[in-house]
Structures are given as structure tokens and as C-alpha cells.
Write a protein that binds this ligand. Structure first.
Ligand SMILES: Nc1ncnc2c1ncn2[C@@H]1O[C@H](COP(=O)(O)OP(=O)(O)OP(=O)(O)O)[C@@H](O)[C@H]1O
Ligand SMILES: [Mg+2]
Length: 288
């Protein structure tokens, strides 16, 4: 605290110890305020997670914290457990017969193993898969089905559907075909439609399992730009085999191998200055 601040009001007379105390409170306050600006909420907290399909262990003591308003990438060789891990975050793995897990997975403040209202939980945690999977119904019905199940009025459903189509850049192209089948759309358009469908219920977390691996570079770029924009107000976890994609969009990246998280770091650090030789070998192999 500067002397100027004290001199603002001549009627204030503080002893030296009172001044010190005031200064501590004020600078402490300022410090806290700054920390609050920087610190992001942990949205996903994984502690000591091991998972099994029958007797086969597929995830081994995973430890991870994922922050709000960030894109986190999961990379690693085929079969290392990326999809299993991602699907554990929204309880999808739990529906596979023979699946069980140890440790805790906390998403949006809830232990996924203890979720009672699965419907609301799934609403908060959306997912996009490798292959676009529109439902066999009209484009509009794809967008409004979940909202209808949640009791949203027809007028509001249609408004939300149009807004979400606009958000993914499809409204102008599709506004005259809303009651037609989505299967005539290109793969990239179908994937953006599925993204709009996921966004319609306003999820807080979006899980993406290689969402662009079946798409051409232009559609991939459109999706990546959308993910970056969406991450301004939500948490995104993306599994990708495309290291350049992780580099382009993910703030942090976890490298998995044989069911373990070998390293979890800021993406640039992981790619250019990895701590673990296994990460270095994988990244060098992939980049070639
Ligand atoms: N439903 C299942 N039943 C039994 N084993 C399974 C099941 N699903 C996955 N696995 C096994 O779990 C391990 C991890 O698979 P997972 O699909 O999570 O890997 P991944 O890293 O996503 O691979 P990819 O990059 O090829 O998609 C593999 O050994 C796989 O064979
Ligand atoms: Mg997979």
C-alpha cells in the first residue's frame, strides 16, 4: 500500500501495527482476487482410476484433473484405453457388461459411480463419436428429440434447434431442408449436425472421440474452429490420433500408453519437452 492511499483521508489515523494489518488484509485481498481470475475450476477429477473388462485391466491408476473452459487432448497408441477412459467420464463404459472400476471419477462435482439422476447427468456431459450418427428421422427431429423428452415446448425447441444449427454454421445451408433426412448430408455436415444436437441440451462438458478422423481437412478445420469457440464457455476432452490437431486446439494433452497416463502437460511442453522418454518416442514416431 502506498502512502498516497493513506493520505486520501486526513481523518484516518492508524498506528503502525494497524497499518501493517490493513496492508496485509488489502494485499491479501488483491492477491486472492488475482488468483481467482487465473484459477480455473476443476470440472473433472480422476483419482486412482483403474478399470477392467472382466479380468482384463484396461486402465491403470489414472490420476488427472481437467479444468473448465479448456480443451484437453488424449493421445496414445491404439488399444491404450483412450475410448474406455473417455466413456468412463459419462458412465458409458459402466453400461458394458463385465466393466468395473476402482478409484473415483468426479465430473461436475458428482461421483460418476453414484449418479442418481443419470438423465440430467448425461444432459450435462455431451458426446460426439468418430462416425457421425444422426438418428433416422428428420434434421429438425434430430435436434429437438432430447428437448422434447425434457419437456421443452415446441416453440422453444424449434428456436433452440435453429440457433444451434446456426452456431455450427449449418443454418443457411439447411434452413429449407429441416424436415428432410440427415443422411443426404456430407459426412462433415452430419458431424456438425450431431454437434448441434449435442449442444441443444446445453452440456457443460463435451467428450469427443476422434470426431474428425473420418472427415476431410476442410470439414476438420470447421469442427476444430467450433471446438475452440465452444471451449470459451465449456470443458472439452478430445481423443485424437492426429497430433497436429492436439497441437492446434488443446491447451493440455495426456499421453496414454498401456492403460496408463504416462504424462499430462501443457500441449507444447508435452510435444517439445516431454519428461518421459516414452512420450518422446511416441511423439517422434507419430511426427516421423
Ligand atoms: N467392450 C469391451 N470388452 C472387452 N474389452 C474391451 C471392450 N472395449 C475395449 N476393450 C479393450 O480395452 C482396451 C482399451 O480399448 P480402447 O477402445 O479404450 O482403446 P483406444 O485407446 O480407444 O484404442 P483406439 O485408438 O484403437 O480407438 C483394448 O485392449 C480393448 O481391446
Ligand atoms: Mg478409441
Amino acid at each position: 500500500m502506498t502512502n498516497d492511499t493513506v493520505a486520501l483521508d486526513d481523518s484516518i489515523h492508524l498506528t503502525e501495527s494497524e497499518l501493517l494489518e490493513l496492508e496485509a488484509v488489502l494485499t491479501g485481498g488483491i492477491h486472492l482476487q488475482k488468483t481467482a481470475e487465473i484459477a480455473k475450476e476443476t470440472v473433472i477429477r480422476v483419482e486412482n482410476l483403474s478399470a477392467y473388462f472382466g479380468h482384463k485391466q484396461v486402465l491403470n491408476h489414472l490420476q488427472l484433473e481437467i479444468k473448465d473452459k479448456e480443451i484437453t487432448a488424449l493421445i496414445g497408441p491404439s488399444g491404450c484405453g483412450k475410448t474406455t477412459f473417455l466413456r468412463t467420464l459419462n458412465r458409458m463404459s459402466h453400461t458394458v457388461p463385465g466393466f468395473r472400476h476402482e478409484g473415483t471419477v468426479n465430473v461436475l462435482g458428482q461421483d460418476v459411480a453414484m449418479v442418481r439422476d443419470v438423465e440430467s447427468f448425461r444432459r450435462a456431459v455431451g458426446m460426439l463419436f468418430q462416425r457421425p450418427n444422426p438418428f433416422p428421422m428428420s434434421i429438425m427431429d434430430n435436434l429437438t428429440l432430447a428437448l422434447k423428452l425434457f419437456g421443452v415446448s415446441k416453440k422453444e425447441r424449434v428456436e433452440i434447434a435453429k440457433a444451434k444449427l446456426d452456431e455450427v454454421g449449418l443454418y443457411d445451408d439447411l434452413k429449407d431442408r429441416l424436415h428432410q433426412s440427415p443422411f443426404a448430408l456430407s459426412g462433415g455436415q452430419q458431424q456438425r449436425l450431431c454437434l448441434a444436437r449435442a449442444l441443444a441440451v446445453q452440456p457443460k462438458v463435451l467428450l469427443l472421440d476422434e470426431p474428425a478422423s473420418a472427415l476431410d481437412p476442410k470439414s476438420t478445420k470447421l469442427l476444430e474452429d467450433l471446438f475452440v469457440r465452444l471451449a470459451e464457455h465449456m470443458t472439452i476432452v478430445i481423443v485424437t490420433h492426429n497430433l497436429a490437431q492436439a497441437k492446434r486446439i488443446a491447451k493440455r494433452t495426456a499421453f496414454m500408453e498401456a492403460g496408463e497416463i504416462v504424462e499430462f502437460e501443457l500441449t507444447d511442453k508435452l510435444f517439445y519437452h516431454p519428461n518421459d522418454p516414452r512420450t518422446r518416442v511416441y511423439v517422434e514416431e507419430q511426427i516421423g
